[in-house]
Ligand binder design. Structure first.
Ligand SMILES: Cc1cc2nc3c(=O)[nH]c(=O)nc-3n(C[C@H](O)[C@H](O)[C@H](O)COP(=O)(O)OP(=O)(O)OC[C@H]3O[C@@H](n4cnc5c(N)ncnc54)[C@H](O)[C@@H]3O)c2cc1C
Length: 482
């Protein structure tokens, strides 16, 4: 990139607002999916929407591609930089701008950490419901871009159900407002279009969130089973009984072992653990919890443990939320997958994952948001063993294919990003993908905002889709899977 442009960025942001040192740039070369790495030309650190606008205008003028970055915890390569492009970090836009308790609204900048929203409104008896396991570090801007989910989204809905309005810098540098404080806005639902668009439509600079009143009572039950089949059957039985838990999660033996090693949550030594949380009015929760306990016992639970205090409840969740990172205790490397299947397909899919894992000679741990069929198989491998990384990627992709074949989806919450582009053609017909890209063209005709993500065949405005970009694994012979 021309030194003149870097100087122009420096004049706008100050010299501590532009990073070009190759060593420092390495921090930004990947997100949580570390097997994809690209060094950007520069990282820009604006501290206001005005500065973002000014920077994006330069990118537009010079046709420089840019990638917005929150905390970089994404697991699909969404914040992976573009070669010869810039990364626009939202880390300095981290202010909670307004807390409006009577209207249950909070206005935040995009770099605000998810858990900080709840912390801020908790003294008023409220919380922010979408709770990705990364919530202590990931940002609201990243959550909006990925339509982040979490354990409590089964009952409360995903990020899209909690975003009322957005201020967005479009890829030409103009500033627009999507949605509004009222619940039902006239016109197209552009807030809905933007949420989950993975940084491809512009940069969110201000976000109005809906917050939720904390329920009167929360009860959290741990149920120990011999197998994930039994735990899966209990999930089916609970939902079939008309009970909507606030959260219902399964951990298999391998993930229990890893979580125990990492955070000592005191989990029972069992084949599968079911974590059921109910919330609501005291009397209702008491009655429903009795029903849940009976259903778990019917399905083979041999230990039922109800958290007796907030501290105990927090420990139970700490183990579950640490499950991904805990894999580092039992394996040097791992890939987190994020497929969705119909709840009823859980036992067959888990058995097939077991078969694939044995065939590949690689261990797979399973942690999942069982209520909405969102699996997180964790494929364990050792990068130092020649060929294992490739085998792990193949296995992870075979698991995704399995999810699609079972009638599910290639992502429940982590997004398509860089990693899952080839699978978009598995899920969608060409006209469907073209329609999505027409929306993208309307926002970003010059293809500057996080280009080359999400779509297998990038399309420029006014043209047909470009040539298909195969994933390296396809080239290497996994194409028959697609
Ligand atoms: C241990 C662990 C557990 C996780 N658990 C969950 C989970 O339970 N549920 C879940 O949904 N995810 C989970 N994730 C994935 C990740 O945390 C989420 O996708 C999160 O929303 C990413 O936020 P971030 O701030 O890190 O965004 P980044 O990774 O920095 O960026 C993600 C995407 O958002 C775009 N982006 C960032 N900010 C903006 C903005 N202001 N405007 C426009 N685009 C923007 C980026 O370009 C990129 O495409 C987990 C990750 C880890 C490491």
């Amino acid at each position: 990139m021309d030194a003149r442009i870097i100087e122009e960025f420096g004049a706008l942001l100050g010299h501590d607002g532009v990073i070009t040192d190759p060593m420092q740039l390495r921090t930004y070369e990947s997100d949580g999916l570390t097997n994809f790495r690209v060094a950007p030309t520069a990282v820009l650190l604006p501290n206001s929407a005005d500065q973002i606008q000014a920077v994006v205008r330069i990118c537009h003028r010079e046709r420089i591609p840019f990638v917005a970055r929150g905390a970089g915890t994404g697991l699909s390569g969404g914040a992976l930089p573009i070669k010869d492009g810039v990364v626009i970090s939202l880390a300095r836009l981290n202010r909670i701008l307004e807390v409006d308790i009577p209207n249950a609204r909070v206005v935040v900048e995009p770099g605000v950490i998810n858990a900080d929203v709840t912390q801020r409104v908790a003294p008023h008896g409220y919380f922010y419901a979408p709770d990705p396991s990364s919530q202590s570090v990931c940002t609201i801007g990243g959550n909006v871009a990925e339509n982040a989910g979490g354990a409590h989204c089964l009952k409360y809905g995903f990020t899209v159900n909690h975003v009322l309005a957005l201020e967005v810098v479009l890829p030409d540098g103009s500033l627009v407002h999507l949605g509004g404080a009222a619940l039902d806005q006239p016109g197209y639902d552009l807030t809905g279009v933007f949420v989950g668009s993975e940084g491809t439509l512009g940069i969110a600079t201000k976000i109005t969130l809906r917050i939720v009143k904390r329920p009167e009572v929360i009860q959290t039950l741990l149920a120990a089973f011999d197998s994930t089949d039994q735990a899966g059957a209990a999930v089916g039985a609970i939902i079939a009984a008309g009970i909507l838990p606030a959260a219902i999660e399964i951990m298999d033996r391998l993930s229990i072992v890893a979580a125990e090693a990492a955070v000592h949550a005191g989990y029972p030594d069992c084949g599968a653990l079911l974590l059921v949380e109910l919330d609501g009015p005291d009397a209702e929760v008491e009655a429903l919890m009795a029903q849940v306990r009976a259903l778990c016992t019917d399905c083979g639970a041999w230990e039922l443990r109800l958290a007796q205090s907030n501290a105990e409840r927090a420990t139970v969740w700490k183990g579950r939320k640490a499950a991904f990172a805990a894999m580092g205790r039992i394996s040097p490397n791992y890939i987190v997958q994020d497929g969705v299947i119909p709840r009823t397909a859980l036992p067959q899919v888990l058995r097939e994952i077991e078969r694939l894992s044995a065939a590949a000679g690689l261990r797979v741990a399973n942690v999942f948001h069982a209520g909405d069929g969102n699996l997180h198989p964790l494929v364990l491998y050792d990068r130092k063993i020649p060929g294992q990384e490739h085998a792990a990627e193949e296995l992870a992709f075979a698991i995704l294919r399995l999810c699609v074949e079972a009638g599910g989806s290639i992502t429940g919450e982590h997004g398509v990003g860089q990693e899952k582009k080839p699978f978009m053609s598995v899920m969608f017909a060409e006209p469907d993908l073209e329609t999505m890209q027409l929306v993208r063209c309307a926002f970003d005709p010059h293809h500057l905002s996080n280009p080359d993500k999400v779509f297998p065949r990038p399309r420029l405005c006014g043209e047909r889709a470009g040539p298909y970009q195969p994933h390296p694994l396809e080239v290497a012979g996994i194409a028959e899977f697609f």
